[in-house]
Design a protein around this ligand. Structure first.
Ligand code: SF4
Length: 384
């Protein structure tokens, strides 16, 4: 993968960390303010022990996110417990899909046969998205030699929502991994001895083919939690827009058959539908972050009694989030490429907007806010 000149931070990190030995790079990363809050994501598979071992030398309390699809080999669960004990890891968190989601999405536990993309989305992608909430960077064990989709892997990149991904083993080979395990006499996954070189979920893994042993009868290489060079094979599209709410970046949750009204930001408030309450969601598009007409429109809609979901869509800035919320928006939809420049931690900072909502503390209602932010709009609407 060529250096990403469009992302100066990633380009700088790749240049700065390239000369470092893996252990030094990890030690530096855990204290690097540019990376923020870090977690390691591990499958506790056949080769996971290398990274877990290196982390245990530096910080045994580091959060380790273990995606438990509830479809893993029994031996993987045993191995996870053994490694936690042997390496003294105290920060392991099990990420699972909520049981109500499993009951609704895979009641017969056969989704992996019918639609493996949907199965990984349900059991891996969404639990990981939730588990990564609050982290700015995640460490992965991906390597360049693990298949075509990883051939151009760099030390640093970004995930589909702009969070930094650190791949400290990117340049390691399978032989390097083996040598490290032998040199440090680390426990091996019990199924390694039976020919499994890459271990995922039991129904989707066969022995003897390296990573190609995952989904061996299907044309896919990734489970959807990794986007590599724009070539995601499953899960959310790499260019899918990002939804921002008070909790940070969240998956979109469109209501099936919802009545959604699309309004350009330059819509004249005087032409708004007479009964906006009939719509479940109104999506107002902002052509540019400095175009403020969408704010006025939102305020006018709230003043006219609309209490459904109100979304601002466009290349908006995290710094605008407090004003968007005060004007009545519930959420913001930003393009994926824009999210890389306005990463989640910026929005999370802005999401504490209520702490600075001086107007609300002074008792200002919608009409006063309307007068404050949109002096051109009549203030004879209902308050809410
Ligand atoms: S690897 Fe197979 S069983 Fe596991 S989540 Fe994906 S499709 Fe489902």
């Amino acid at each position: 993968m060529p250096p990403d000149d469009s992302d100066p931070l990633i380009a700088r990190l790749n240049a700065e960390y390239a000369p470092l030995h893996t252990r030094r790079a990890l030690r530096r990363a855990l204290g690097d303010p540019a990376l923020g809050r870090i977690a390691l994501v591990s499958s506790f598979g056949a080769q996971s022990v290398v990274l877990l071992h290196l982390i245990s030398i530096i910080d045994r309390t580091l959060p380790v996110l273990f995606i438990d699809t509830e479809m893993l080999f029994r031996e993987t669960y045993e191995y996870q417990k053994r490694l936690a004990r042997t390496l003294g890891l105290t920060g392991i968190r099990h990420l699972k899909a909520p049981s109500r989601n499993i009951r609704a999405g895979d009641p017969a536990t056969d989704l992996h046969l019918r639609d493996p993309d949907a199965c990984c989305e349900l059991r891996k992608v969404r639990p990981l998205q939730r588990g990564l909430h609050g982290f700015d960077c995640w460490i992965t064990g991906r390597r360049r030699d693990q298949g075509r989709s990883r051939a151009g892997l760099e030390l640093f990149g970004r995930d589909s929502v702009g969070r930094i991904k650190f791949n400290p083993l990117a340049h390691w080979s399978a032989a390097d991994v083996n040598a490290h395990i032998n040199r440090h006499n680390l426990p091996r996954h019990p199924l390694s001895a039976r020919g499994f070189q890459s271990l995922g979920c039991a129904p989707c893994t066969v022995a003897g083919h390296g990573r190609a042993g995952r989904w061996p009868d299907r044309a896919k290489e990734e489970c959807g939690i990794h986007v590599v060079d724009g070539r995601i094979r499953r899960g959310p599209a790499p260019d899918a827009p990002v939804i921002v709410r008070d909790t940070g970046f969240v998956p979109d949750d469109p209501v099936p058959d919802a009545r959604v009204l699309e309004l350009p930001g330059d819509t004249d408030p005087a032409t708004l539908p007479r009964d906006p309450a009939g719509w479940q969601m109104i999506r107002i598009t902002f052509p540019a972050f400095h175009d403020g007409r969408g704010f006025s429109l939102a305020r006018a809609l709230r003043d006219s009694g609309f209490d459904g979901r109100l979304r601002a869509a466009g290349p908006l800035l995290a710094a605008q989030y407090p004003l968007l919320r005060r004007c009545g928006f519930d959420e913001v939809e930003i393009p994926a490429a824009h999210a890389a420049r306005q990463p989640e931690y910026l929005w999370q900072g802005a999401a504490r907007w209520r702490e600075h909502d001086y107007q609300a503390r002074l008792g200002a209602g919608p009409r006063q806010l309307n007068a404050l932010y949109n002096p051109d709009i009549p203030t004879n609407g209902t308050s809410g």
